[in-house]
Write a protein that binds this ligand. Structure first.
Ligand SMILES: [Zn+2]
Length: 229
């Protein structure tokens, strides 16, 4: 019965790409193959320009397209409670990461016991949006890489921040001081933190989280995001 209903739904409402709106062939894919593989510009390997000492690498998948499909997709991901889309994008991020690293590098990361840490949302924002899109992305990354993901609640966002728009990195960093709190340092011990977020702009947010984590056990973090603004 469920199957008949499902095919009815597919005829009446054929699945469409959440990103560009064209119909997708496979029933469990939210993003069409064109958007997944060809629509967006892959970020080159020159992405590790100037990083703080607490950050080992930044791996962003696509260049942000202001006013384009990707901006729209990430906006929907944030505000429309699209967990499945987050999982799919996260899965792509993980695959993208595996493709750009040698087996030797990946073995090194594996030995360092990677632990995926989605950038937490403030409680009130999570309540409003219904979920944390960074966690959905992190779960997708976990699926394609096989790395473990930190359970929710270990790192909290305890301060709401004013808008970061128009601020430079230094001002943003000051704005973010004291935003994150680690409630239990035990799960982080001896692990290689992989911070996951949707967009990398100046890096202020992920750098602040890396700083807080470094203060605990002196580990440096890796950062992975969908897009680079
Ligand atoms: Zn599409």
């Amino acid at each position: 019965m469920k199957k008949i209903y499902q095919s009815y739904v597919e005829i009446a409402f054929p699945p469409t790409c959440v990103c560009c709106g064209i119909s997708t062939s496979s029933e469990d894919r939210f993003i069409c193959s064109l958007c997944r593989t060809n629509r967006f510009e892959i970020v080159g390997d020159e992405q590790n320009d100037i990083l703080p000492s607490t950050v080992k690498f930044v791996n962003t998948m696509w260049n942000f397209d202001k006013g384009g499909y990707l901006q729209d997709l990430l906006h929907k991901l944030k505000y429309h409670h699209l967990r499945g889309v987050g999982l799919e994008l996260g899965y792509l991020m993980g695959t993208n990461f595996l493709h750009r690293h040698s087996q030797e590098e990946l073995d090194g990361i594996h030995e360092a016991k990677p632990l995926i840490m989605p950038v937490p949302l403030h409680r009130s924002k999570k309540r409003k949006r219904g979920y944390n899109q960074a966690r959905a992305l992190g779960e997708g990354v976990a699926k394609s890489t096989g790395w473990e993901i930190l359970k929710p609640g270990v790192i909290e966002r305890i301060k709401k921040t004013k808008t970061q728009t128009g601020l430079n990195l230094k001002q943003r960093s000051e704005n973010l001081r004291g935003v994150f709190r680690v409630t239990d340092s035990q799960p982080l011990k001896g692990r290689f933190p992989i911070i996951v977020d949707d967009v990398f702009t100046t890096g202020a947010t992920t750098f602040e989280l890396a700083r807080v984590i470094h203060n605990l056990n002196e580990q440096s973090s890796g950062i992975m995001t969908v897009a680079k603004a």
